[in-house]
Ligand binder design. Sequence first.
Ligand code: GLA
Length: 384
Amino acid sequence: MDTQKIKNKFKELFGSEGILYTSPGRINLIGEHTDYNGGFVLPGAIDKAMYIVIESNGTDTVKAYACDLNESSEFKINVDSDKPQEQWASYVFGVVREMQKKGKKIKGFNIVLSGEVPLGAGMSSSAALESAVGYALNDIYNLGFTRPELATIGQMTEHNYIGVKCGIMDQFASCMGKEGSLIRLDCRSLDYEYVPFNPKGYRLVLINTCVAHNLAAGGEYNKRRQSCENVVCKIAGNHPEVKLLRDANMQMLGEVKSEVSPIDYKRAKFVIGEIQRLLDACEALNKGDYETVGKKMYETHEGLSKEYEVSCPELDFLNDQAKKYGVTGSRVMGGGFGGCTINLVKDGLYDDFVKGATAAYEKEFNIKPKVYDVVIKDGARKLS
Ligand code: GLA
């Protein structure tokens, strides 16, 4: 991104240089809707990021400006009820509040924001924003948070100020990303391992349906989480050690089948299966067996579509196109209800697939899809 534009805007509005920070969006190879169930995920930070220029202003007011929307917003740093109307500014407000709840002193600041993570594409533009703001405030006020703590602050911002009961994956990837590596994260303990990812002979490509059914924000997403918690509650009746679906297995789920709703049963069955699929995919990755990884990705799509029901006709269509072209693996990525499919494609197939699938999609839905080659980059950082 051309960061000069946002730097110039800061200077024009506030008369000084400010400091530039960035934090990226993410992909996730496999392990979807497992994070809030204490399972594993396999994300990586990408080369599409959120950028902010920021500086302490010596007042008790935060003055914010969103370049891409041409909107400004203000709030008082110590007034709880001063939550801004604009959603983008609520993220800034939420991060500040979450840090203050932990006893940190933050003064007023000026901030200009701009991003290149497509909105509603399942690439975590909001986590990128929370992580950029969190990382910057931690740095300029010397607050002493670790990167995983900053990820948790971003997650709590979503819970308490946006109304999405998300897991930790997106913010963790944005704060902890490492160039060339995926992160195998245990979302129960937050133990993690960097897995170098350089699939020789294959490419990873995202195709954006460019539809966002907007069911995720607070509605359907939170319902999925509720279903999982309902099932855990029943299983814990027989097995008190089960605190999250991560601790359960198919047999335990079978024991409570008649006590939970058919929908909750389907949701939990997907999650327990998905946690195992991720472990199988990691084992295959270690052996360089991308065919098995791809097979698991298709299984995940099937589960997300039929059991977890977070796909949509546009995503299913792109998944079918991938199968038709003999693509190694393909699935809906992120929360679902629109956004991207992630595709593991052999080098030799790449051009035909991308050309053919996007043309067919456009013909079917009259929407031009967007294509992004995945480049795995570093997480949150200071740029100037
Ligand atoms: C969204 C949430 C994440 C995760 C994914 C699904 O991106 O923010 O916490 O639950 O959906 O895997």
